[in-house]
Write a protein that binds this ligand. Structure first.
Ligand SMILES: O=C1C[C@@](O)(C(=O)O)C[C@@H](O)[C@@H]1O
Length: 255
C-alpha cells in the first residue's frame, strides 16, 4: 500500500487526516475563514472554489489562492471546483473546468487537485497528467447526492479512479436508510483490503452517514471532511468532535 506524502502529512497511514473546506464567497470571507481554520491546527485545507464569486476570473482566483496560501502556510491544500451535477454551487463547461484547473495547477500553490471522474474522460486524463508534471497529487472523485449505489458499483467507481491514475480515489454517497450506510462501509473495506494500492476517501453523507466520517481508520478511508464555521456538505461534524472521535477509534483500533 502506497501512502501519499504531502508536506508534513502522510495520507493513508494512522488515523484519518482531517480536512476542512473553505467556502467563502469573497476574498475577505476566505481570509477570515483561513485564519479561523489555522487556529484549529487541522491536517489539510480544501478550497471549494465553486463558492467563490469571482471563480470565472482566473486572475482573481490566483490572487485569492495566494492570499489563502500566505495564511495557511505549509498546510496541504486541495483545490476543488465541485460541479453542480455533483452537488457543487455552479455549472461549468468542460473547457472552462480544464482551463481553471490547469491554471491553478501551474501556480505551484496547491498540493492536491480534485478532478471529477465522470466529467469527460479526455479532460480527466489531461488534468491528471498536468498535475503530475507539476508535482500536484490528484483526487479523482464522484458524488451521488440522491442515493447510494450498490456495493459493486461503488467499488467499480473507486477502481476506475485508481485505473485512470488517481493518487487518491474518492466517493461520497447519500444514504436513504441505515443499510445504505453499511453498503458504503462494506464497499470501502473491500476496496481498501482487496483492490486499492493507495489511499481512498469515502463517506456516506447527511445525519445517518456521520459514522462513516468517524470510522475511516477501521474501514479504510484516509481523509475525513469536517466543518469549521460552515459545512460544505451535509453531515460534516465540528473539528473538535471529530478529532476526539478519531482518537478514540484509533486507540481502540491499534490497541
Ligand atoms: O467531496 C467532498 C466531500 C464532501 O462532499 C463531504 O461530503 O464531506 C465535502 C466536499 O467539500 C468535498 O469536496
Amino acid at each position: 500500500m502506497q501512502v501519499v506524502k504531502v508536506k508534513d502529512i502522510t495520507i493513508g497511514e494512522g488515523r484519518p487526516k482531517i480536512c476542512v473546506p473553505l467556502v467563502g464567497r469573497s476574498v475577505e470571507e476566505l481570509v477570515a475563514e483561513a485564519q479561523y481554520i489555522n487556529a484549529l491546527a487541522i491536517d489539510v485545507v480544501e478550497w471549494r472554489v465553486d463558492f467563490f464569486e469571482k471563480v470565472d476570473q482566473l486572475a482573481s482566483v490566483s490572487e485569492a489562492l495566494a492570499s489563502i496560501r500566505a495564511i495557511i502556510q505549509d498546510v496541504p491544500l486541495i483545490f476543488t471546483f465541485r460541479t453542480a451535477q455533483e452537488g457543487g454551487e455552479r455549472e461549468i463547461s468542460v473547457s472552462d473546468y480544464v482551463a481553471l484547473n490547469k491554471t491553478i495547477i501551474r501556480t505551484g500553490l496547491i498540493d492536491l487537485v480534485d478532478v471529477e471522474l465522470f466529467l469527460d474522460k479526455t479532460a480527466v486524463k489531461e488534468l491528471i497528467d498536468e498535475a503530475h508534471q507539476h508535482q500536484v497529487f490528484v483526487i479523482v472523485s464522484n458524488h451521488d447526492f440522491t442515493k447510494t449505489p450498490d456495493k459493486e458499483e461503488i467499488v467499480s467507481r473507486l477502481k476506475q479512479a485508481q485505473a485512470i491514475g488517481a493518487d487518491i480515489p474518492k466517493i461520497a454517497v447519500m444514504p436513504r436508510n441505515r443499510t445504505d450506510v453499511l453498503t458504503l462501509l462494506d464497499a470501502t473495506l473491500t476496496m481498501h483490503q482487496q483492490f486499492a494500492d493507495r489511499p481512498i476517501i469515502t463517506m456516506s453523507m447527511a445525519g445517518q452517514g456521520v459514522i462513516s466520517r468517524l470510522a475511516g481508520e477501521v474501514f479504510g478511508s484516509a481523509i475525513t471532511f469536517a466543518a469549521a464555521k460552515k459545512a460544505s456538505a451535509p453531515g460534516q461534524v465540528s473539528v473538535d468532535d471529530l478529532r476526539h472521535s478519531l482518537e478514540l477509534l484509533h486507540q481502540g483500533f491499534v490497541g
